[in-house]
Design a protein around this ligand. Sequence first.
Ligand code: ZN
Length: 316
Amino acid sequence: MKRFQLRIYSIKLLFGLVTFFFVSVSLAQVTYEIEPGLSFKETDLRNVKKEVQQMERYFDIPFNDLHIMVTNNCFRTGYSYKEKTIQFCDQVSTIFAGLQSLDVIRHELFHAFICQEYPFLCTSEIMKKANVKAIHEALADWYTSLFDRTPHFGEHFYTDKKFVRSYQNDYCFDLVIGEHLKGNSILSGLLAKNFSFLAILNSIKSEKQFMDLIELSKKKSCLGHTEFEFIPEQIKKSKLNRYRLNRNEELHFELPFYGLENLRLKYHYPKEIISVRTSGDKVIVKGLQKGISKVSVQLFDSGRLIGIQSLYFRVR
Ligand SMILES: [Zn+2]
């Protein structure tokens, strides 16, 4: 009898240990870290912790391996799919390392969520493919928009900007550059067509279905698949749109979309290093003095901003 009771006790003890083990593992599913030397406290992470819980409730799925840290040893706030880590980057240009921007917190958590639940979308191979990051950005903004009462993403993030971007816009996928603007174009297309976030998310079973979101989001008013390119006349086109010229030298580019009605281009650049003017079907860039200059080009269709392009010049 006694021996039997003893066995029951040891079974109970074993169960206790197993439960304890599971409890401690489940507590360690999201870990938090503040880099030593920074003035942040554990309580400054309260928005992040709340959003972690909200996301776990929304999808009814716990995070099982996510590290969240505040650091100043970084370039920008973001999620690393390789390290399964969200970094809140403490920089002068960001307010309180981004810890007060619920939009940015939700956006980064969504990156972590999708990489946990759809690991085939977060391999090093797929991340190298063109436009994959843009779709990730679109979906992360989409999740964020579900909880946002404003039309803007990322309030309380930058010290010098009211918000990071708007959820809806007229950008055309093929006419903007960079994963965030392209992602912005995908999301606004999906929102304009009234797709359901969860239905889209549940429909992604393969890489192809993920990539198909670009086509699904495309707007009718986007000039087909036309490239928004500036092709120089005298020299080879630079893939990254980076050119060198001497003082007083002129570079001539073919004016994209020349002759198409309703389309207008606007150039923004600091005026001291180069000048930009159009003449007939050409854009003429002239070097004025030594330095580096960026020209942001905006393409408008009947007043709607549909394309954004950047050109870089180094004057010798
Ligand atoms: Zn992102």
